[in-house]
Structure formats: C-alpha cells, structure tokens
Design a protein around this ligand. Structure first.
Ligand SMILES: *[C@@H]1O[C@H](CO)[C@@H](O)[C@H](O)[C@H]1NC(C)=O
Ligand SMILES: *[C@@H]1O[C@H](CO)[C@@H](O)[C@H](O)[C@H]1NC(C)=O
Length: 813
C-alpha cells in the first residue's frame, strides 16, 4: 500500500501539478451535501471539466465524495464517519486528486473531516459484579473497566463519577502510556450486617457540547466476615429448682444470637466455670442451650448456683452470661436431737425445775421446714423448755416420788413445720433415787395379842410387822421395844422384841390373876440417815386358865366349931335355909360357878339352887326329921377341866338352940375349923376398923379440899363422889358385857344417897364431880392415885359377876 502511495506521488510529480485546494467539513454530512465549489476554487471553467473528462482519483480509498461536473461542485457521496475513517487519528483528512485529460492536469484536493460529538462514552459491559468481604479495610482498591469514547478531542471522554459514594471513592491514575486507570477505593468499611448488597453506578461523560455519557452498574456483594460475636438475650438468667429434683430435669434455655452469617453465626454453648462441682450437676446442650440437671442438688449444701455460660461461634468470638439458680428447700431433713447432757438419776427430793437434760435440736432445712418444736410424749412430771435458739432443757415439773415411780422414760419428740412434717424423737431413762422420806408403817394401828397364862418363858407370842416404802437401807427396819413400866416393873422384863423379825416373846410366865393385860410400844426404825421411825401400841392380854378352884366364902369352914343353920320345924316348903357363897378368882367360864348337892342326910328335904347356891327346903319339915342334917354341896366352875370345892353345911332342924347344941356337940372335927374362923374374924375386925378410920380421914380431907377448890374455881356446890374401884376390876373390859352391872352395883354400894347414875371408868383412879341432875358435864379433876387404891387395901369389894352377889367382909357381921 505504502509503496503504491509513493508511486502515485511520484507520478504526480512527473505530471504537472497545477493547483491545490482544501476543504474542511464536519463528519456525518448527509449524502449530496456540498463540500465545496471546486470549479470556482480551482478557476476551471465548466467546459474544461467536461472536455477534460475530469474525474476524482481516490486511489484505494473509498469514494466518500463525488464530483458534479455540471456544476463543478464536490458533493458528499457517502456519509463520512470520522471515527471509521480515521479512528483516533487527528486531523483526519481525505486526500484525492481531480484529474483532467487533454491535457492531463491534476489538482490536489484535501478535505479535512472535523469531529462532531456523535459518540457517547461506552463501557464494555453494563454490569460489573464484585464480591468484597466486609472485613476489607479502608484503602482497598478495586480496578474498574474504563469507558471508551470514539470521539476525539473535546468530544472525547472527559470524566467519571461514582454514585453513591457512601463507601467508595473513585481514583484515576495516569498510566505510563498516557491512559488512565480507574479504581474504586474503599473509604468506609462495609458491613454485611447493615447492607449485604450495594449497587453503584459509574458514569463516564465526554466533553462535547451536548454531553454524552455512559454508565455501568457495579454490583457489590458484601461477603460475611466473622465480625460479630454471639450475644446472649439476657446477661443474667434466673431460675429456681427444688432440691432433690430428678436428674434430667430441664431447667431453662439460654439463647445467644450471632448476626453473622453461616458458620460465623453458628453458636455453641458451654459451661465455663466449675466451682462447687457445677459440671457434675449441670450440663448445657451444646447447640440448643438447654440447661439440664444431671446431679443431685442439695439445698443444705448450696443454696445458689451460678453457672457461667459461654457462647462461641465458629470464628471463636464469644459472649458469656450468668445463670443464677436458686435451690428451693424441700423438707428432706428431720430435726436432729443432740443430747448435750443428761442425768442418769436424780433424788426424789429434787426441787422443782431441776434440770434433767439439756439438748440441742437443729434442722438443716430452712424457713418453716427448719422450724422445730419439741414436746414430751408422756409429759408428767417433766416439762421441756426452749431456753434459747435451738436449746432445750427438760425440767422436773412436779414433785417426784420414787415410791410412786422409780423410773421414767422421757420421750422427746421434735418435729419441724414442713409439709409433710418430719420428726424425730429420743428417749432417755431417768432413775429416781431413794431418799429416806417414808417412815415405817405398821400393818395395824395397834395390836392386841393374847397369851394364855402359865406360859413357858421365852415363848413367842406374835409378830409385829412394819413396812417402809423406801428402798434398800432406807427400808431396812429394826424393831425396838420402847421403855415403859408395867406396875412399876420395866416392860422389858415382861416381853422382848426381836430386832429384825419383830417377834414378840414373853420373858416370863404370866399369871392372869396377877395381871390381866398391859400395854407397851414397839418402835420400828429404818436404816436411813437420819432414820425415821414410828411406833405402835401393843396390848398384851393374858388369857385366863382354869388354874384356881372355887373358894367357898360362906359358910365359913372352920376347923373346930360347928356352925349350923337353924331350920324351924314349922318351916314351909321353899324355906331359905342358907346360901353357899363361893368365888373363883379365875374369870369367865372358869369362874362360872354352879352348885350341886352332893350328899345329904335326907335328900328329899333340901335342894341347892344350882345358880345361886341357895339351900331351900323342898317339903314341909316334919317332926320325924332328924335335928342334925348334914349337907355336902359341891361348887364347880365351868372351866375345862372344871375345878370344884366341897362345902359341908350343917343344918339343925330344931325350934330351940339347946336342942341344937346337944345334937352338935359331937362334931369333933369342927374344932379346928372354929380356930381358923376365930382368927379370920379378929383379923377382919382389925382391918375393917383401921380402914374405916382411914376412909373417914380421907373423905373429910378430900371434901375440904374440894370445897375450897370449888369456891375458888367454880363457885360450885356440886357434890363430890369419891369413887373407889374394886380390886377385881376388869380394867379393859375384856368381859365388857358385865361392865354396866358392875358399875351399877358399886354406885349403890358406895353412896346410895346419890343418884343411881354412875359415870365410871374401870380401872381409872379418878374422882368425879357429878351434877345431881345426872345430865351435867363431867369433869376430870384429879388423876392422882388414890391412897385407897393401894393393892393391899383391906377394903375389898368383891364382885361375883355371874350372879351379882356382893359379899362384903365387914357386912357379914
Ligand atoms: C423404759 O424403757 C425400758 C426399755 O425400753 C423398759 O424396760 C422400761 O420398762 C421402761 N420404763 C418405764 C417406766 O416405762
Ligand atoms: C409414838 O408415836 C406417836 C404417834 O404415832 C408419837 O406421838 C409419839 O411421840 C411416839 N412415841 C415415841 C416414843 O416415839
């Protein structure tokens, strides 16, 4: 090509170059548009053009311009696009020649094509995709595609703009070849979590008068980076849990969210602390965050648990939170009773409020589950007292008595107030030790013992027995005979008491006729310290034995003289001849006498009253009956065996004494009897005389004394009745039914002037003041021993109780 052009110009130079003309036209003129009046401009006339067969020589290039020979004009033959023609070369011109023949001439024509802004900047693609990690730092550069503008010069590409400019800025770099490099620079970091996709518009504008532009859309996808940590929904979770909950119980679920995406948002949970063995108790599900119980929680061990939970994403970012678990108490602990101090035994005389035991009670549970109340199951006689928090004392609340209860099982029960309540109990055994607080007690308040007279000395009579409610030594009794005297003789010469058995023995042989009874005291004493004792009265009664025969008092049996009872011959049937009087010093049946006619001269004439001893005639005495009658009367007592005495009664059946004398002079054996009789009579007379005088003196002096006393003290004129008890008095009324009769008799005997009423006390040595009306009060004035009551006193009032016959010695004469 090049060489062709060179060849062409060579040819031209060979030819004659007659002229040159230049035109300038804008591109894109429509077909037929005028380029220039070539004829005029070259100074050629139109004929020449025709004749010369003027033509355009364009060589190889396309024919954009044509020659109008008629008018001599250059016209656009074909629309010229400068960009096609010259690309970016400037200036852009079409060079051709107008060639004429005849003669050959040619003219050079240059048509410069000027640019018009007919091309907008253009990007190769409409959309560009970018994937940029959000972690990209500021300053990161992203090269963009350049825009192209075919126009040149001012109409060429002028500038770019990017919109929006929140994150990115544009940067144009000059290239080494003079071009421009366009870059997008990250100014503000991206955040996927805010905006995952961005669309930017890059606009390129040219510099033409009518600005044209081209755009490209830049689509930025923000790639996730693990720039966000998981976040728990709460920083602290609270929950509660009953102690003793089942393993596997789900407690709560924690959640942490990670706003990242994909794996960066994949959160796993774990427990990060392990104080108090938390990991043995709780577990957390790695992905769901559910917390479960895997062990046994005990409120008493720990009331709260704090779990530190960590949430972690795949990228290792984490967050933590706390779970506070409150353990709720369940009444799973019973009260625990701790006996701190107990007493095995306390004396029965311990004072009230004596502390028996001290204990501490506690319950590991809390609130009501741990509130404990204690009480005694069988309270009496103890109480329980809450002394201070959790401390209790058991006190004796009432008097203790070992004799009532010697041992107590004190059961303490403590229960808490949980629902249901738990309780526990403990039993302590307390012995009550003995104190010598009971005196011996005899089985009876008094004893009566009987012993038959004429006993062998040393015979055991009976046994007193006492008991003592105390224990052991305090109940070990010994029996002691208390000193006293019986009839002036120490009682110990009558009886003895065995110290340990209480057996009472007679020391001597008793004679009922000497002593009928006596009293003494036996003391029982225990071995306590100090000892306690009590005593009892024992009345020993001697029982009669029929050891005395009846004694005949009348008729007197004399040795020498003969006494005879006279019976006149005129005596009627039932005539009382005489009366046999006998006594028996025994008593009771032993002294119950009966009389029987044993022998008689004439059995048909007399009879003896079996009860009263009266001898009476049972038929009319006749002249034929002998003067001298001899009766033998036997007096028998009623004892077993009975004893008897015989008396001879002489009866003279006569009308005159001489008659009798002659008959009885031949009783030789009566002499001795008479001697005896004389002696007794003299003795009796002397004694009676003495007694009479003594009585007189005593009565007078007593009367004077009474009178003075009554004047001083009472101003009373009450008569004084001295009362002389008989020798054979039944002092304690063992034959009590006779007491009244006996009194009555004595009353009449001593002073018949006075009333028949008698207030007497057998055996007492009293003087009684008596109201004459017998209804007044009786007052004991004197209890001294009357001198009249001497044992040897001759004034004897003998009483034969059975038949109430009184025989007074001095009254016999
Ligand atoms: C106390 O308990 C013991 C043993 O259980 C028993 O042998 C005793 O009889 C009880 N005592 C009383 C007074 O209940
Ligand atoms: C005997 O007992 C009575 C009461 O039973 C008492 O009054 C008296 O003092 C006692 N006698 C002696 C000597 O202990």
């Amino acid at each position: 090509m090049r060489w062709q052009v060179l060849l062409f110009f060579l040819m031209l130079s060979l030819c004659s170059v007659l002229g040159q003309v230049s035109y300038s036209i804008p591109e894109e003129m429509s077909k037929g548009s005028l380029v220039g009046n070539i004829a005029q401009d070259l100074g050629l006339d139109l004929k020449r053009l025709k004749t010369g067969k003027a033509r355009l020589h364009v060589g190889n290039s396309a024919e954009y311009i044509e020659l109008n020979k008629e008018k001599g004009l250059l016209l656009i033959k074909e629309k010229i696009d400068r960009e096609t023609l010259c690309k970016q070369t400037t200036p852009c011109a079409l060079h051709f020649q107008i060639i004429l023949e005849n003669p050959i001439e040619f003219y050079r024509v240059t048509v410069e094509i000027t640019d018009i802004n007919d091309n907008a900047p253009m990007f190769e693609m409409n959309n560009v995709l970018f994937e940029i990690s959000e972690s990209a730092v500021s300053g990161a550069k992203f090269v963009l595609e350049k825009a192209l503008d075919s126009d040149v010069g001012i109409n060429g590409l002028k500038s770019y703009s990017l919109n929006p400019t929140d994150n990115f800025a544009l940067k144009l770099n000059d290239n080494a070849d003079g071009g421009k490099e366009i870059e997008m620079v990250l100014e503000k970091p991206l955040d996927r979590e805010k905006e995952e996709r961005l669309t930017l518009t890059l606009t390129a504008v040219d510099g033409g008068e009518l600005q044209l532009s081209g755009t490209v859309h830049i689509h930025v996808t923000v790639l996730d980076a693990n720039d966000n940590a998981p976040v728990f929904s709460q920083s602290t979770y609270k929950g509660s849990l009953m102690e003793n909950s089942q393993k596997g119980t789900s407690l709560l679920t924690v959640t942490a969210t990670d706003i990242d995406k994909g794996p960066n948002a994949f959160v796993t949970y774990s427990i990060s602390n392990n104080v108090n063995g938390i990991l043995d108790l709780f577990e957390i599900h790695e992905t769901s965050g559910e917390v479960r119980l895997i062990g046994n929680v005990d409120y008493e061990t720990s009331k709260h648990y704090q779990l530190n939970i960590k949430a972690k994403d795949r990228g290792g970012l984490s967050d933590s939170c706390k779970i506070i678990l409150d353990i709720t108490d369940v009444n799973d602990n019973g009260p625990i009773i701790d006996l701190m101090s107990t007493t095995q035994s306390i004396p029965e005389d311990s004072s009230l409020q004596t502390v028996v035991a001290v204990m501490n009670v506690h319950d590991a549970d809390s609130d009501n589950n741990g509130v404990v109340k204690c009480f005694l199951s069988h309270g009496e006689p103890f109480i329980i007292e809450n002394t201070s928090n959790g401390f209790y004392s058991i006190l004796a609340n009432s008097d203790l008595d070992r004799e009532r209860a010697s041992e107590y099982n004190i059961t303490v029960t403590c229960s808490d107030e949980g629902v249901p309540s738990l309780s526990s109990s403990v039993t302590l055994t307390l012995q009550i030790s003995d104190v010598n607080d009971n005196e011996p007690v005899f089985e009876r308040s008094s004893y009566e013992a009987y012993i038959v007279e004429n006993n062998t000395p040393g015979v055991s009579v009976f046994t007193v027995r006492a008991t003592d409610a105390d224990w052991n030594q305090n109940a070990r009794l010994s029996y002691i005979l208390e000193d006293s005297s019986v009839n002036g003789v120490p009682v110990s010469s009558y009886v003895s008491v065995s110290a340990d058995s209480g057996v009472i023995r007679a020391v001597r042989s008793f004679d009922y006729e000497q002593i009928k009874d006596f009293k003494f005291r036996v003391k029982a004493q225990d071995g306590g310290s100090p000892p306690l004792s009590s005593n009892v009265t024992v009345k020993m009664m001697i029982q009669d034995q029929n050891d005395n025969p009846p004694q005949v008092l009348y008729p007197v049996q004399t040795g020498g003289s003969v006494v005879a009872e006279m019976v006149p011959r005129s005596a009627d049937v039932g005539y009382l001849v005489t009366k046999v009087v006998a006594v028996d010093v025994d008593s009771g049946q032993n002294a119950w006498l009966s009389y029987k006619l044993q022998k008689a001269t004439d059995r048909a004439l007399f009879e003896v009253g079996s009860q009263n001893g009266e001898i009476r005639t049972i038929r009319q005495v006749s002249d034929k009956d002998a003067v001298k009658q001899r009766l033998s009367v036997i007096v028998e007592d009623n004892g077993q065996p009975s004893r008897s005495a015989t008396v001879i009664v002489n009866v003279a059946v006569a009308d005159s004494f001489p008659e009798v004398l002659s008959e009885f002079s031949d009783f030789p054996h009566d002499k001795e009897y008479n001697d005896n009789l004389t002696f007794y009579l003299v003795l009796a007379l002397a004694v009676v005389s003495f007694l009479f005088i003594t009585c007189l003196v005593v009565i007078i002096s007593v009367k004077i004394y009474r009178w003075r006393q009554s004047r001083i003290l009472y101003h009373s004129n009450l008569p004084v009745i001295p009362y002389y008890p008989p020798r054979y008095s039944d002092t304690l009324g063992t034959t009590g039914t006779l007491q009244h009769v006996y009194n009555y008799e004595v009353c009449r005997t001593t002073d018949s002037r006075k009333s028949d009423c008698k207030f007497g006390r057998a055996g007492s040595q009293n003087v009684l003041i008596m109201d004459p009306s017998c209804s007044g009060t009786m007052q004991r004035m004197q209890s001294e021993k009357s001198i009249l009551d001497e044992p040897d006193s001759p004034l004897e009032v003998s009483l034969i109780k059975q038949n109430m016959v009184i025989s007074v010695y001095y009254g016999a004469y």
